[in-house]
Ligand binder design. Structure first.
Ligand code: CDP
Ligand code: MG
Length: 828
C-alpha cells in the first residue's frame, strides 16, 4: 500500500529539524571530495545557522610577544579559581597521567608521535597541555590542531573551551571552510586539514605558528598524508616549529619511521571488557532471524565517481536460518565467499530487530549502531520511529559527518533516566567522536569506501567490509563506562578470513585530480616527484592519469602549470570537472540550469525504478526526455517541473506520478544552492549575480546547455558505433553501451555524432548511464583545453585523441572564440 508521504512526514515531526539538517548535510557524502575540499566529508557550503558565525576574523600572523592566559579576563570563573567542574573529568583521562612526559617530548623534539586508544584524551588534552605549559613558562604560543572533519573541529573546540570555562572564540577557536570562530586572543585553533592546506598557499612556512598538531593520522586520509609531506619538507626551514602527530591505533611506528625515527609517546588506555558476539552468536542469543536481503532500488543512479555496481548486483537469494548461519560461521568456505561479496546491502530489518531486542531485554545504556551512510541512517531512523511504541522511551540520534553543531550536545549528553539513547552513525563514531555512555554497539561490518581503478579510470564508492582494526575499534566503543556488548552482524569466519588488517591509505584509493591541482596551487613542483615523497606513494599511473585529465580539461598547461581556468577550478571545492562545468555555466549565463545538472551528477539520478512498475517508470522518464537526447537535460526538465509543482504544494503528488524521488530532488536542490554559493564565495561572481542570472527555464537554451556540458565532461567523449543498438566507442576506443535506464538506450536516431558522459560503469559490459548528445561544433568550441592543442584548419585535442578538420574560416572563428574564452578566465 502506498504510504501517504504527508502522514510519514508528520510521524517524524520530532526529528524534522535534524532530518532537514542531515538532508542538507548529505551533500558531504555525495559531492566528490577533493583535497581543495577542506573538509572532505563536509558540505561544500555554509551550513544552516550561519547567523551566529563570524567570518573572516583577521588573525595576527605574528604572535611572538603575546602571552597566554589560561583564564581570560572574560572567563566566568575568577583567575586563580580552579575550574573544578571539568577538572575532575580531565584528571581522570589517561592522557593526564602522561602530561609531563608529553610536554617534555614536544619540548625536546621537533616531531613527536602520540598514540593512544580513542577517548584517552589526545585531542582535547594534549593541545591544552601545550597551551598551559606555554603560559607557565612564559613562552609565546600559537597552536594549530587539524581535524579531518568539520564536525570534529567544531565539537572539540567547543569542548576545550567548555573545559576552560570560557566562550568559544577567545583563547580557543575553530576554523572550517566558510565558517570560523576565533579572535586576536586565539592561541589554540582547531581547523580542518583543508583549512591549513589552504593557508599554506599564502603562508608557506606558517609564520608565527609554534605548534602544528595533526590529529587522526591513523585514518590515513588523503589530505593528512598530503599535509605530512608538506610539513616534513618544512621542518628544516622552521627549526623552531613543533610538530605533533596523533594516532588512535597501533601504526605509530610507521609514522615515526617516516619522520626519521622521532619519539613515540604511548598513552595506555583503559576500557572495560566488551563481550563481542558474531552473527551466529547474536542469532543464538536473541532468537532473531536474518532477513531476506532488501531489494535494492535498481537503477538508483549515482554520481560520476560512484560507479557502484549496485544496480546490477542480483539481490541475494538467501534467507538464512540461525543454523545455516552458524554453519557459515564455522566451515563452509564457499558461503563465506558469498557473504564476502555481498557488501552492498545492509540487513536493516535485522538491525532494527536487534535495537528493539536490546531495548526490551537489556539493562540501561546507550546503543551505538554503525551503518554505511546517510541513506541507511535515514531508513533505520524511519523504521525505528515507526516502532517506537515497542521500544519504550528512546531518543534516536542520527550522527553523520556533515551534521552541523546544533544537535551535537544531544549526542554527548546522557538522556534522562529511563530514556534510552540510540545513536545511528557512520564510521565517524569509530575514532573521531567518542560517546561516553555507549554500552551496546551494533556493527554492520561495512563502510563506504572509495576505490580507484587506474587502468580503467573508474572510480568507485561502494560499501566494503571494514578492516579488522576498524572492527576492533567499533567494538571498543561499548566499553567506555562499564562492561558492554558488541553485536557484529557478520560471521566470525568472515572476519577472520576476509577482513584486511588495516584499510589502505586513501591516497591509494582515489582519483588524484584534485590533489594534483592542489600540489600546483601550493607551488610544490612536479606532481610525480612530490607525491613520490608520500608515506605510501600513489601508483604513478594514477598520478599521470590525473595530470592528463587536468591538461585535457585545460586546468594545467603543457608545462604542468595552472592555467587561468585552472586557478579558478582550484578555488572551488568540488570535483575539477564539475567545477569547470559550473564556471562555464556562469560565464555563459546559464548558471542556474547548470547547477541543477551538476548537483544531480554529484548526487544521483532522481528517477526511481520500482521493479514492479518498470514500464510505467520508463515511460515517465521518457516523457521528460522528448527530443533532447540527453539524460542530463531530462533530469533538469524533471527538476524544473518538480520545482514548479512544489511551489504549488503539489510536490509529493508530482513525484509519485512521475516516478521521482522527492528526497533526492530536495537534496539536489540543496546541493544546487550550495554549489551556487561556492561560485559566489570563490569570488567568481558578485553576490548579486545569481539573482540576475535567474534566466528562467526556457527550452531554447538547451543547445547552449549541451555545449556547456561538453566543456564540463570532456574528455569523457564517445562516438556512435552502431546507432541501432545504442552502442558507442569512447575516445580511448573502448566499446560502450547506453545503460538500459539512459534515455539514449531507446534512441534509434541520433542527430549528432558525439556524446559526452558523466557516468560510466562496468558490469557485464561498460555502460554509460548519464550522457548527452553533442555536435561537432560544440566539441570544437568547448572540448578540451581552451588555449592550446589546436591549430587552424585541423583541430586536435591535446592528447591527440580527437581530430577534426574544418574550413579555415570556420577554424579561425573557433580559435578566436576559444582564445576569448581563455582570456575571460585569465583576466578574472
Ligand atoms: O582524542 P581522543 O580520542 O584520545 O580523546 P578526546 O576526544 O580528547 O576525548 C576525551 C574525553 O572527552 C572523552 O571521554 C570524550 O567523551 C570527552 N569529550 C566530550 O565529552 N565532548 C566532546 N565534544 C569531545 C570529547
Ligand atoms: Mg581524538
Amino acid at each position: 500500500a502506498d504510504l501517504d508521504p504527508r502522514a510519514q512526514n508528520e510521524h517524524q515531526v520530532g526529528m524534522s529539524r535534524e532530518m532537514e539538517q542531515l538532508v542538507r548535510g548529505t551533500l558531504a557524502e555525495h559531492v566528490p571530495s577533493t583535497p581543495m575540499d577542506d573538509d572532505s566529508q563536509g558540505p561544500p557550503g555554509p551550513p544552516p545557522g550561519m547567523g551566529r558565525v563570524r567570518k573572516d576574523v583577521p588573525v595576527q600572523p605574528d604572535m611572538k610577544d603575546v602571552k597566554v592566559h589560561p583564564q581570560p579576563a572574560n572567563s566566568k570563573s575568577r583567575p586563580g579559581k580552579p575550574a573544578t567542574k571539568f577538572m575532575e573529568a580531565r584528571r581522570r583521562l589517561p592522557a593526564f597521567a602522561k602530561r609531563h612526559e608529553l610536554v617534555q617530548a614536544v619540548h625536546n623534539h621537533q616531531v613527536t608521535v602520540v598514540s593512544g586508544a580513542t577517548g584517552c584524551g589526545k585531542t582535547t588534552q594534549l593541545p591544552q597541555f601545550l597551551l598551559e605549559d606555554a603560559h607557565d613558562t612564559g613562552q609565546a604560543c600559537n597552536i594549530i590542531v587539524t581535524q579531518p572533519r568539520r564536525i570534529s573541529a567544531i565539537s572539540v573546540a567547543q569542548r576545550v573551551a567548555d573545559e576552560r570555562e570560557e566562550a568559544l572564540g577567545n583563547s580557543v577557536g575553530y576554523s572550517i571552510r566558510a565558517e570560523a570562530k576565533r579572535s586576536h586572543a586565539t592561541r589554540l585553533l582547531f581547523c580542518t586539514t583543508g583549512v591549513l592546506l589552504r593557508r599554506l598557499i599564502h603562508d608557506a612556512t606558517l609564520a608565527g605558528v609554534t605548534h602544528v598538531v595533526v590529529d587522526e593520522i591513523h585514518e590515513r586520509g588523503m589530505s593528512e598524508d598530503f599535509l605530512l609531506i608538506v610539513l616534513r619538507d618544512m621542518l628544516s626551514q622552521r627549526p623552531d616549529l613543533r610538530l605533533v602527530l596523533m594516532s588512535a591505533t597501533l601504526n605509530a611506528e610507521a609514522f615515526s619511521a617516516y619522520f626519521g625515527g622521532c619519539p613515540v609517546v604511548h598513552i595506555p588506555g583503559f576500557t572495560h571488557p566488551v563481550d563481542t558476539l558474531f552473527l551466529e552468536d547474536v542469532l543464538q542469543r536473541t532468537g532473531l532471524k536474518v532477513h531476506a536481503q532488501q531489494q535494492q532500488q535498481r537503477g538508483a543512479h549515482r554520481r560520476r565517481n560512484d560507479n557502484t555496481h549496485k544496480a546490477e548486483i542480483e539481490p541475494a537469494e538467501y534467507t538464512l536460518s540461525p543454523q545455516q548461519v552458524q554453519q557459515y560461521g564455522q566451515d563452509v568456505s564457499k558461503s563465506v565467499t558469498a557473504w564476502a561479496s555481498n557488501t552492498d546491502k545492509l540487513d536493516l530489518d535485522l538491525i532494527a530487530d536487534l535495537v528493539t531486542w536490546i531495548c526490551r531485554n537489556e539493562g540501561p545504556g546507550a546503543v551505538l549502531v554503525f551503518v554505511t551512510g546517510w541513506d541507511e541512517i535515514q531508513k533505520l531512523n524511519e523504521v525505528l520511529g515507526q516502532r517506537s511504541s515497542h521500544l519504550g522511551p528512546v531518543k534516536l540520534l542520527p550522527l553523520h559527518s556533515s551534521m552541523p553543531t546544533v544537535n551535537q550536545r544531544d549526542i554527548f549528553t546522557s538522556p534522562p533516566a529511563g530514556t534510552r539513547k540510540v545513536v545511528l552513525a557512520t564510521s565517524i563514531a569509530e575514532t573521531s567522536i567518542t560517546i561516553d555512555d555507549v554500552v551496546f554497539v551494533i556493527d554492520c561490518g561495512k563502510v563506504k569506501m572509495q576505490a580507484y581503478d587506474a587502468l580503467n579510470k573508474l572510480a568507485v564508492l561502494a560499501p566494503v567490509w571494514v578492516s579488522k582494526a576498524s572492527a576492533t575499534q567499533r567494538a571498543g566503543r561499548a566499553g567506555r563506562v562499564q562492561p558492554g556488548t558488541c553485536f557484529r552482524l557478520y560471521p566470525r569466519r568472515l572476519h577472520d578470513e576476509a577482513f584486511e588488517d588495516h584499510a589502505a591509505p586513501e591516497l591509494l584509493r582515489v582519483p588524484l585530480e584534485g590533489l594534483c591541482l592542489q600540489v600546483k596551487g601550493l607551488q610544490l613542483g612536479a606532481v610525480q616527484t612530490f607525491l613520490a615523497k608520500a608515506m605510501n606513494p600513489p601508483n604513478t599511473l594514477a598520478v599521470s592519469n590525473a595530470v592528463d585529465l587536468l591538461r585535457n580539461i585545460g586546468a594545467l598547461d603543457e608545462h604542468e602549470q595552472l592555467t587561468g581556468l585552472g586557478q579558478h577550478i582550484s578555488q572551488l571545492p568540488a570535483d575539477p570537472c564539475i567545477a569547470k562545468l559550473v564556471l562555464m555555466g556562469a560565464v555563459f549565463g546559464c548558471l542556474e540550469s547548470v547547477l541543477v545538472m551538476a548537483a544531480a551528477m554529484s548526487h544521483r539520478d532522481p528517477f526511481v525504478l520500482p521493479l514492479d512498475k518498470k514500464e510505467a517508470a520508463d515511460a515517465a522518464r521518457l516523457a521528460f526526455a522528448q527530443d533532447c537526447c540527453s539524460d542530463h537535460i531530462t533530469i533538469l526538465r524533471a527538476f524544473q517541473r518538480w520545482a514548479e509543482a512544489e511551489g504549488q504544494g503539489q510536490g509529493w503528488a508530482f513525484c509519485r506520478h512521475n516516478f521521482l524521488s522527492r528526497q533526492t530532488l530536495v537534496t539536489v536542490d540543496s546541493i544546487r544552492q550550495q554549489l551556487g554559493e561556492l561560485v559566489v564565495s570563490a569570488g567568481f561572481l558578485g553576490p548579486g549575480a545569481r539573482a540576475q542570472g535567474q534566466n528562467g527555464w526556457s527550452r531554447g537554451d538547451e543547445d547552449l546547455l549541451r555545449a556547456v556540458l561538453c566543456a564540463g565532461m570532456f574528455p569523457s567523449v564517445a562516438s556512435i558505433r552502431q546507432a541501432k543498438r545504442a552502442s558507442f566507442k569512447t575516445v580511448e576506443d573502448g566499446k560502450v553501451e547506453a545503460h538500459p535506464t539512459s534515455v539514449l538506450a531507446r534512441q534509434t536516431f541520433f542527430p549528432h555524432r558525439w556524446l559526452v558522459y558523466s557516468d560510466k560503469m562496468k558490469t557485464a559490459s561498460i555502460y554509460l548511464r548519464a550522457a548527452t548528445m553533442v555536435s561537432d561544433c560544440m566539441l570544437l568550441l568547448f572540448g578540451g583545453p581552451l588555449a592550446q592543442g589546436i591549430a587552424p584548419g585541423k583541430l586536435t585535442t591535446l592528447s591527440g585523441q580527437l581530430t577534426f578538420t574544418a574550413a579555415p574560416a570556420v577554424a579561425q572563428l573557433i580559435l578566436e572564440l576559444r582564445a576569448r574564452l581563455d582570456a575571460v578566465f585569465v583576466a578574472r
